[in-house]
Write a protein that binds this ligand. Sequence first.
Ligand code: SAM
Length: 278
Amino acid sequence: MNISEITKKYGFGFSKKFGQNFIGDEGLLKAIVDDAEVCENDVVLEIGAGAGTLTREIAKRAKRVVSFEIDRDLEPILSDVLRDCDNVEIVYDDVTKWSDEEIADVVGGRFKIVANLPYYITTPLLFKFLCGKFDLVSATLMVQKEVAERICAAPGTRDYGALTVSVGIRGKARLKRIVGREKFTPAPNVDSAIVRVDTERKYDPDTLVALDALIRGAFAMKRKTLVNNIRSAYGMSATKARDVLAEAGLSASVRAEEVDEDGFMRLCAAIREGRTDK
Ligand code: SAM
């Protein structure tokens, strides 16, 4: 579908504030739905219907689609583009104003997320949906390329950091494809990528809280060693910090960006158990 034509037909003006960069390329729309592996029994939550091009592609393959759209000015376009899709419900509202319970209610059970996200709310939305309170199978998201690279980075690489580990403890993240800026109307200033996170309940809620605190502390100061960051975060002596690292099988000179998820889990357990002396 030609985005310029349909938006012109309805006199629609793109809003930068809402991150409105739409996709019309049929091949790309199909590829995103392929990446999400949407099937006929799936309920899909989309954030940001835009001109409804992705919504329509999802609706062809899913049982039901619930799509949030903050901008009421898109209503005439969406009514036109989605006129044949009786399995789509558009919620004209700001998704960030909805509680977890309200969203779970409108979706009504197990679901997948597929979204070309407005970039200004990517990270809060990602963590909102990965909080463990939803019956979420996976989230297939168009995000800024740099964010995708950070989410999917390997330990020891430049992009590996708090975002990587925080997502990694909640699911398996995969970078599915890079999408050039020219694929959007209007074209943004950055390239994008599709990331898919398959949720996994590896840790109980208390462990997740402890791991989040550890990750925040461990990456607080990039140039410091893990021992020093742990000392500051937990108010430990140098000896105790070295002991908990040793207990977790980590060297005293290691930096947080070299430690994989298992390493953080072992370190978290060592800190929580407080097996070593102060
Ligand atoms: N899905 C469409 C596509 O792929 O062409 C549009 C994607 S566009 C990047 C993001 C959409 O999210 C815009 O239509 C914007 O109005 C909408 N949006 C922005 N902030 C929102 C919010 N807080 N709640 C719901 N929708 C929002």
